[in-house]
Design a protein around this ligand. Structure first.
Ligand SMILES: [Zn+2]
Length: 398
């Protein structure tokens, strides 16, 4: 992937990974104002705060490089530039191809509406596209000559919606129709839809996915169409590491939460007012250290792949006004101004201090790895991706 990178400093053990993300979301271009105002209409924006994610991680890596050199410490820092997180793609390919192999542990964070450390897991996922191929015909003059690819998509979706009742309540399935034909008076000979199948772990996702494949096959039989499945990506559920997260938490207590000014709180409250959300501003305190709660409705993340390859820590620092939706212009606005900058530097300090603890206390990493091995319950990482699947990289425009 041309926008991935790995930057290394130091030498010897331990080998500490730091994850950096910078992916944006389509259509979320936004100026640093408290109301919706795109910088460039229709362009992308950082609606998940990844502009400060990648930079904070880089700052932590640079700080650790300096301390390793000044103090002559043993240890290697590997900063991973991970593209395409929003589509749950980048780290899945990097994990399959061995990029994260040999790490002692890994540090990561994410901008948040809270200051804290979460031990919660995330949903495992398979995502794929289905293309149906039929036969076109005049919809009124000779529809019996046609075989509708759109019918096949619709019947797949009907089957999938009936299937929901017979899956565990933890299953989550969603779809969009990407191509459903051109005009009602032409039987569509081509249709394409994109599916997400999620569940609490890989085993559940695999079972649900096999059932969905049967429905697709059945829809093609019913409509006398053919089909092709394009597997896009799949991820595991996240394995949290309490030992490592406790170290992160103690450093968060040491560094303290971002100190937002009254102007910044006013800005956040204006956004909340405009979004008809309670005007509570930004969080100024650190949340208590919480034990994991098994939530069913959580999203999926490609950080989960790293968490199966090495003990991985978590951290959230406040940047989003309380109660505002994510993947939204509100985060683009906050992430592009002083609120985001304060969040970024706080995260960088906490991660650098955590990295220093890991470099100087080999017993912590040993304990993290023991916990990690216990959590894996004897299972070894197996990539959800087919071995020959290439990352979906668009060729460069000439
Ligand atoms: Zn994100």
């Amino acid at each position: 992937m041309p926008t991935a990178f790995e930057a290394v400093c130091g030498s010897g053990e331990p080998i500490i990974g730091i994850l950096a993300e910078y992916d944006a979301l389509p259509g979320l271009s936004q100026d640093t104002v408290s109301f919706k105002k795109p910088l460039e209409e229709g362009e992308a924006g950082h609606g998940c705060g990844h502009n400060i994610f990648g930079t904070a991680s880089t700052a932590a890596a640079v700080a650790l490089k300096e301390v390793i050199e000044k103090k002559g410490l043993s240890g290697t820092i590997k900063l991973f530039g991970c593209p395409a997180e929003e589509t749950v793609v980048g780290k899945v390919f990097m994990a399959r191809d061995g990029v994260f192999a040999g790490l002692s542990c890994c540090i990561q964070w994410h901008p948040s509406s809270e200051n804290g450390v979460s031990l919660d897991s995330s949903n495992a996922l398979n995502q794929f596209e289905v293309e149906f191929f039929g036969k076109t015909a005049h919809s009124a003059g000779g529809p019996w000559e046609g075989r509708s690819a759109l019918d096949a998509v619709e019947l797949t979706n009907i089957g999938l919606n009936y299937l929901r009742e017979h899956l565990k309540p933890t299953a989550r399935m969603h779809y969009v129709i990407l191509d459903g034909g051109g005009a009602p008076n032409v039987v569509p000979d081509y249709a394409r839809a994109w599916y997400y199948v999620r569940d609490i772990d890989r085993e559940h996702v695999e079972k649900d996915y096999q059932k969905v494949l049967k429905i697709i096959e059945a829809a093609s039989l019913m409509t006398e169409t053919t089909y092709k499945i394009k597997f896009i990506s799949g991820v595991h559920e996240m394995l949290s590491n309490r030992t490592g997260c406790e170290v992160v938490y103690s450093n968060l207590m040491l560094v303290g939460p971002p100190k937002f000014s009254e102007d910044e709180q006013v800005f956040a409250r204006e956004i909340q007012k405009n979004l008809e959300v309670e005007e509570k501003g930004l969080k100024t305190k650190i949340e208590p250290f919480k034990l994991p709660e098994r939530s069913w409705g959580s999203g999926s993340t490609d950080v989960a792949e790293v968490s199966w390859l090495t003990p991985t820590t978590a951290l959230g620092i406040a940047m989003a006004p309380i109660g505002c939706p994510w993947h939204h212009w509100a985060e683009v606005a906050c992430g592009g101004m002083s609120i985001g900058h304060k969040c970024m530097l706080t995260a960088a300090k906490v991660m650098a201090a955590t990295g220093l603890d890991f470099l100087t206390h080999p017993d912590i990493i040993r304990k993290m790895r023991t916990e990690w091995k216990e959590k894996k319950k004897g299972k070894e990482y197996k990539s959800p991706l087919p071995p020959d699947l290439k990352p979906p990289v668009k060729p460069k425009k000439k």
